[in-house]
Structures are given as structure tokens and as C-alpha cells.
Design a protein. Structure first.
Length: 165
């Protein structure tokens, strides 16, 4: 069964970027203006809404293509397993309604627990991908070089062991 607000959510997520767009320039004082680069023009709210609408879309929007594929695969897997176990749970519930066997009811409870586990995992994956897309969009304007400078000092490792009694 489809949620009635799903088409509106998808349309809103698609057009959320212009609504939440950041300005092209940042005015520091009357005479100073800092132009933002294309890399800094990611809208955090747009990334978040895209991530909610389609698995991995927020990461794709942030130009994190490998992460987007991983998120798409993980969320799709959890959604597929949730739907699969939901169907098994409904079928088992119908069997429990038709028979008086305690074994059928125990199987139904096991299926229901498995279904609920996958629903929780789906929710967790969606939340983490939303959070990741939002943070990546905020940090997209930073150019950080994490390579160490090996020319200043000699590279070495030291081990100190101290025993106290």
C-alpha cells in the first residue's frame, strides 16, 4: 500500500534545492565579498530531503558516488527484507486465524520479530544516510589536505614501556 503523501514528498525533495539554496557570495564587509565555489553550493536541507526520498540520492547530490551506491544497496536490501518478512508474517497470521495450533502462533511471533528487526534496521539506515548527507553538504566547502608533510622531520616510531609496582 502506497502512502498518500509520497508523491508530494518526492516533488518537494526534488525542488528543495532552490528553496534551501545558499547565496552565491558571502559579504563580509562593505568592500569584501567572498565568492563561493561550486563545491560549496550544496544545500544541506536539499541533501537531507533527497536522502529521505530516494536511497543514496543525498550522497549522489554531494558527489559521493561510491558512498551513494553503498547506501542505495544497504537501504534497498533492508527495505526488500522488510517487505519479504511482512508478507511472511501476514501469511502466517492467516494460518494462525484458521487453525488452533500453538506451533503456528510461535512461528508467527518469530516472523513478526524478524519483520520488526528489519523495519528497525531500515529506519536506522535511512536516519544514518540522512545525517551523513546533511553533514557532507555542510562540509562540502572545505578543502582539507590530510597528507602529512614528511619534509620537516624524520619519520620514526618510538615505544616507551614503563613498569610501576
Amino acid at each position: 500500500m502506497r502512502h498518500p503523501l509520497l508523491p508530494f514528498l518526492l516533488v518537494f525533495a526534488f525542488f528543495a534545492s532552490p528553496l534551501c539554496a545558499q547565496p552565491d557570495s558571502l559579504i563580509i564587509s562593505d568592500s569584501t565579498r567572498v565568492l563561493r565555489t561550486d563545491k560549496a553550493r550544496r544545500s544541506p536541507m536539499g541533501a537531507l530531503l533527497r536522502s529521505v526520498a530516494v536511497p543514496g540520492w543525498g550522497q549522489f547530490y554531494n558527489h559521493k558516488y561510491i558512498k551513494s551506491a553503498v547506501v542505495f544497496g544497504a537501504e534497498s536490501f533492508f527495505i526488500f527484507k522488510s517487505v519479504q518478512w511482512w508478507k511472511k508474517t501476514e501469511d502466517q497470521y492467516d494460518l494462525v486465524q484458521q487453525s488452533e495450533s500453538g506451533r503456528d502462533f510461535t512461528t508467527y511471533l518469530n516472523y513478526r520479530d524478524r519483520r520488526n528487526d528489519y523495519l528497525w534496521l531500515t529506519g536506522l539506515a535511512v536516519f544514518l544516510s540522512m545525517f551523513d548527507a546533511y553533514v557532507d553538504a555542510h562540509l562540502s566547502g572545505f578543502d582539507v589536505d590530510l597528507t602529512p608533510d614528511f619534509e620537516d622531520e624524520a619519520v620514526g616510531a618510538h615505544i616507551n614501556i614503563k613498569y610501576t609496582f
